[in-house]
Design a protein. Structure first.
Length: 572
């Protein structure tokens, strides 16, 4: 019987083939899955305020109080920087992104573009290709693919001059978020030194400090944060930079300097999220490092409360003002501060529409310091409180007290005006006119002059005292010549003249108003009055063509006239 030859494979050969297959299988899926694994990797954890809960892996076992001193993480950097011209990432930038660029992925992206772009991928000299790589780089950054972002932007960093500072910034930040701190420092430094007018100066300066911090060069980090505070004293990131500076100094065992930074935050930036953590760190430094317990002085409490008051944080300001008021010796040792505290406490309540409590503290200030720097202020706002509490007679008496004791006060003319308003609202027109006339006579340079002239003239007109109203409106027109108030006062002057049967003089006034501005409200009203009298005027013909050569168009639409660009006409 004929035998057929069969292929004989040894067990050893089978085992080798199996392991080769497994190695190839493992490599394939490892390469395709590495980016997704890396994207899930986090560099740090932050708490709800954005303050790092823990940034150093060797400190995981520390207490929450100690964690506060750990400083910046990459999550903080992104939350702090935010979108920059639409280019910032809204996702957690602590994701490191892809570790390698897949050639296939890159080719697929380029295949979506035009043939001309594909042909130019090796040459970045043309503007279209530069723009293309820039868009890819920013898109990758937004998607937290920082290696890809760096790759695309590096290709054009020397060629795309018009956006060179943008490119430098996003390369630096991409490196920072990849934990390539030395390279990030180099790029931030290059941007800061070579692009002094860049919109990224502020961010680059603070993030250079963050880069030093993350590479644990705390001396340079503290120095960089100090530079930031000097260069950008009004930046909203000053509290953050002070906090980071304090953290760095703690890590260098400069506890007294750290203490000073935290104290600075608490007093000067009380509205900041960092104020709470600064206060906690002050307490910890006192407990653990033998520094004095942090007890703000009366001066410091007032400075903090006044800052809160100035930015309308009235509830928080009250908490600090009340600490001063509750102090046993503040009234005697610091009378000026105590007086200001009582007044500002009253004003907190006033601005919160709590007029009863406002009156309480304003009364306390005036009774305790009747000749102090805030005595007239207290009387004026007491009058305002009483008016709002429907105690009109008491309000008038309070204003009169202010006028008697502080006739040169900034509130004097306003006090007289408010006496007039209270009388006017009570239909006591005679007294209202009396107070308004006093404002004109005694405070001719006051800011209430336009109101009192108008209201006095109108009261006199309604009382049919046309001779007096004529004088008032005439003085008003002279006082406000060249303004819209001149037209208004002249119009009512003409009305008074008509009431006094001085028709020819009234006609001349109406014509004058019409000549000033025929297209204004009072210009039209004067034209109508002249028509009724039998002396009509012709309205000017308006050229409505929207063209800069049309001189009249600037009167009709002055807000856009200057923006009109003459058309470029090309003869064909």
């Amino acid at each position: 019987m004929k035998k057929h030859n069969t292929l004989s494979i040894s067990p050893i050969t089978l085992a080798k083939a199996f392991w080769i297959f497994m190695i190839i299988f493992f490599l394939f899926f490892s390469l395709s899955g590495c980016s997704s694994l890396l994207e899930g990797k986090k560099a740090g954890v932050t708490n709800s305020t954005g303050i790092p809960a823990n940034s150093d892996s060797d400190e995981n076992a520390t207490s929450n109080q100690t964690n506060i001193t750990n400083g910046v993480t990459t999550s903080i950097i992104a939350a702090k920087s935010g979108n920059s011209n639409g280019s910032g990432s809204s996702e957690d930038p602590a994701s490191i992104g892809q570790s390698t660029i897949s050639e296939t992925a890159e080719d697929n992206q380029k295949n979506d573009t035009s043939d001309s772009k594909t042909e130019n991928t090796g040459n970045t000299n043309d503007l279209e290709t530069q723009r293309y790589y820039f868009e890819l780089g920013i898109k990758s950054f937004e998607e937290a693919k920082y290696v890809e972002a760096q790759y695309y932007l590096e290709k054009i960093k020397s060629d795309y001059i018009i956006l060179a500072d943008y490119i430098k910034f996003y390369i630096a930040k991409s490196m920072l978020l990849q934990k390539k701190y030395d390279m990030a420092v180099e790029n931030y430094r290059n941007l800061i030194d070579n692009f002094p007018q860049s919109i990224f100066q502020e961010k680059a300066t603070i993030e250079l400090g963050d880069a030093y911090y993350l590479k644990k060069d705390f001396v340079k980090a503290a120095g960089q944060y100090k530079i930031f505070q000097t260069k950008f004293p009004d930046s909203g990131l000053i509290p953050y930079s002070l906090f980071q500076s304090g953290v760095c100094k703690e890590k260098n065992s400069n506890f007294e300097e750290a203490y000073a930074d935290y104290k600075n935050i608490y007093i000067k930036y009380p509205e900041s999220d960092y104020a709470k953590y600064a206060c906690e760190n002050l307490a910890r430094l006192s407990e653990q490092n033998g520094l004095p317990a942090f007890i703000p002085t009366v001066d410091e409490l007032y400075a903090r409360a006044e800052k809160l008051f100035s930015i309308y944080y009235y509830d928080m300001a009250l908490a600090d003002f009340n600490k001063i008021i509750a102090s046993s010796d503040a009234s005697n040792k610091y009378p000026d501060i105590y007086s200001k505290t009582l007044f500002k406490t009253g004003m907190c309540y006033f601005n919160m529409n709590d007029y009863a409590n406002s009156k309480k503290y304003l009364d306390m200030n005036y009774e305790r310091f009747p000749t102090g720097g805030y005595a007239d202020d207290s009387l004026y706002y007491l009058g305002r409180c009483l008016t709002n509490l429907n105690a009109s007679n008491e309000a008038i008496q309070t204003y009169k007290m202010l006028l008697e004791k502080f006739p040169q006060s900034n509130y004097a003319d306003d006090s007289l005006y408010r006496c007039g308003r209270i009388s006017y609202m009570a239909d006591d027109w005679q007294n209202a006119a009396f107070y308004y006339q006093r404002v004109i006579d005694e405070y001719p340079g006051g800011d209430k002059l336009p109101d009192v002239y108008w209201e006095l003239g109108w009261i006199q007109y309604r009382l049919e005292e046309f001779d007096s109203a004529l004088i008032t409106f005439d003085k008003m027109s002279v006082s406000f010549k060249g303004t819209s108030l001149e037209e208004k006062s002249l119009f009512w002057k003409a009305k008074c003249l008509q009431k006094l049967d001085k028709q020819s003089e009234a006609i001349e006034i109406y014509k004058k108003i019409f000549s000033i501005n025929a297209l204004s409200y009072y210009g039209f009203a004067s034209a109508k009055a002249l028509e009724i009298i039998g002396n009509p005027v012709s309205m000017p013909v308006i050229d409505k063509n929207l063209n800069p050569e049309n001189q009249n168009i600037s009167k009709i639409i002055p807000e856009i006239y200057n923006e009109l660009i003459p058309p470029n006409i090309t003869n064909i």
